[in-house]
Design a protein around this ligand. Sequence first.
Ligand code: GAR
Length: 188
Amino acid sequence: MKRLSIFVSGNGTNLQRIAEYFANNKEVEIVNVVCNNPKAYAIERAHRLGIPVRMITKAEFNSPEFVQEMAVLKLDLIVLAGFLWKIPAGLIQAYPRQIVNIHPALLPKYGGKGFYGEHVHEAVVAAKEAFSGITIHYVNEIYDSGEIILQAHVALDEKETPDSLAAKIHQLEQAYFPVAIEQVLFRR
Ligand code: GAR
């Protein structure tokens, strides 16, 4: 049995998709959802999916006790699915190549502090890029710079808006993220 924890801050569409993808897979269990934002719709989704939610404050998240608490869960993988806090060094060291993130652009472009969600798409459209996409990568101590697992591209139209680009990126995320997680879990 592979045990996952999914960290979220927002809508939770990726959480939903991952949970549905693995719903009938007896080898994968999502043991909890960790959420830093009390207003996140992801909380509602987790409740409906029957997954326990651990709400965290910044002080808790950055404490050694949180690493110990997670250790009890005997996790194989932590999945950052739209989680917007930087991961503390202690957690990264406890899970080498066992934390994966999805970023809504083609890293190393449009990554780093401040580049998340719609801000990424606004910047990509403003720069009139021909392509954008998604990057699924391992998390290391430098923001958005861990080893890349998978990238998928999409072309921008002449009349592309941040919203229309977000919809395209969303489709890529739905298609690729659960499959990439499965590959990481089973090293296929
Ligand atoms: C996703 O588009 C994800 O790529 C992005 O946040 C969104 C979360 O959507 N992540 C980042 O920007 C990380 N820097 P969701 O809550 O509906 O899954």
